[in-house]
Design a protein around this ligand. Structure first.
Ligand SMILES: Cc1ncc(C[n+]2csc(CCOP(=O)(O)OP(=O)(O)O)c2C)c(N)n1
Length: 434
């Protein structure tokens, strides 16, 4: 019989991502629960596998291997108490910041606490043995697959993040005895770019910058984004809470929320994602997403994440502006966007009296330099169809999406700027929750 990979897809994804991230050294200890993983990698000559019966020694071997080679090293053990024997060496690795990926295999988590032989609870790790502990379970649908890939990418990246250290994956198995998968699945490989890393090339094609809820922009950031857009033919997808007011603003509520029409402007080769949670419910179809945020999180809003740039937005745009290129861009995307916007805006029918009608007829009358606070959902959504004057900043409580504090937030903000006009648009429920 030809020896191939296990049929357990989550384990295949784990193996594919280990390879994609260049991790090949494994110290394996015997048992039944980690057979799917170990037998699969034994069938792949990419991996360099060492066997150690005693898990305690195995984990110390991994420490030595990692410290000497400078590489991340994988540990694999079975269920029951096997993983407990990793604690001494993982403690060692934690304080020496050694990138050890401890993969402890387990039966389904639902079995914990039911006197099932060999099932123990590893869901709460000690404070100082791993930087991150996570669960990888079997896959039943696309959402599970996405979650599996994200979880494993995150775990692998944590091995080297902020100085690095050990990480734990609790790997569920159903003990599949089928090993007839010849080719590993294609997986989404995510990497983190920090200040010391080389910058990847900007792909050719259409580029959109998606701005979620964003604090007030500095003049410097606006200028840098404008220069970036000019150089790379990019535009900036915004709603009222994005607060970018530069030359390449693409006010997107009307175009990117259509259910029965998908504008070609929403298909981009690269979407650069900045800012925080958006309540615009806008949909875009990027080929790849680069997230830029000093938090460095692997936050995959559009499910196409390729890189997270752990840096300030200003630094990201400045670095790409300073790259010398011979190509000259025509800035066609912003022209395309503007004509698309006009075309769709012209199709808005006469509106009945409603929040949308009020938005359409009021927004242009709001005085310059005012501040607009919008209740989440209906108010934000409908006012996002109509553009405000560029001097007006917009806010909505899209952190937690509560309708309980829109008016209070407006009052709080107005206390800081007593000479400004603050306008609030909230529905009746939100109003009475103040
Ligand atoms: C504290 C809280 N309770 C309940 C909800 C669920 N919820 C979301 S929108 C909504 C209706 C709000 O209606 P309205 O006041 O008309 O709001 P608006 O038109 O400003 O969206 C409710 C009950 C919520 N988001 N927050």
């Amino acid at each position: 019989m030809e020896k191939c990979y296990t049929n357990e897809i989550h384990t295949q994804i784990l193996i594919a991502l280990l390879k994609a991230h260049g991790i090949r050294k494994v110290v394996a200890s015997p048992g039944a629960t980690n057979i799917c993983f170990v037998a699969s990698i034994q069938n792949d000559p990419y991996f360099e596998i060492y066997s150690s019966v005693d898990e305690r020694s195995a984990a110390y071997i991994a420490c030595g291997l990692s410290a000497e080679s400078g590489e991340a090293v994988v540990l694999s053990c079975t269920g029951a108490t096997a993983s407990r024997n990793y604690i001494p060496a993982l403690t060692e690795a934690f304080y020496r910041k050694l990138p050890i990926l401890a993969i402890t295999s387990t039966q389904r988590i639902e079995r914990i606490g039911h006197n099932i032989p060999q099932v123990i609870d590893r869901r709460t790790p000690l404070n100082d043995i791993v930087k991150m502990s996570t669960q990888v379970s079997e896959i039943n649908n696309e959402e599970d697959k996405w979650n599996c890939e994200i979880t494993i990418n995150k775990a692998i990246l944590a091995l080297k993040h902020h100085g690095g250290g050990p990480v734990h994956i609790n790997l569920v198995t159903n003990y599949s005895s089928m090993y007839n998968t010849k080719v590993l699945p294609l997986v989404n490989v995510i990497n983190r770019i920090t200040y010391k890393d080389a910058l990847p090339d900007i792909p050719k094609g259409k580029i959109g910058i998606f701005v979620g809820n964003h604090k007030r922009w500095s003049e410097k950031l606006t200028n840098l984004v404008d220069l970036f857009c000019k150089k790379y033919n990019a535009i900036v997808f915004c709603d009222h809470t994005s607060n970018y007011k530069g030359k390449y603003r693409a006010f997107a509520g009307l175009i990117a929320t259509q259910e029965n029409y998908k504008s070609s402007c929403c298909f981009v080769d690269l979407l650069i994602h900045i800012g925080d949670i958006s309540g615009g419910y806008m949909s875009f179809n990027p080929t790849k997403v680069w997230r830029v945020n000093p938090d460095g999180e692997i936050c995959d809003t559009f499910r196409k994440l390729q890189y997270t740039f752990e840096m300030e937005e200003e630094d990201f745009f400045e670095r790409y502006i300073n790259i010398i290129t011979n190509e000259k861009n025509e800035n066609t995307f912003i022209t395309e966007w503007k004509s698309e916007y006009e075309k769709i805006y012209a199709k808005i029918p006469e509106l009945p009296f409603s929040n949308a009608w009020i938005a359409q007829n009021t927004i242009s009358k709001i005085p310059e330099n005012s501040v607009l606070h919008l209740g989440i959902l209906n108010s934000l959504r409908t006012w996002n169809y109509f553009e405000a004057s560029q001097s007006i900043l917009g806010y909505a409580n899209t952190g937690g999406f509560g309708i309980d504090g829109c008016v209070s937030s407006l009052i709080g903000a107005s206390l800081v700027e007593p000479n400004k006009l603050f306008f609030g648009v909230v529905g009746d429920l939100a109003f009475f929750m103040i």
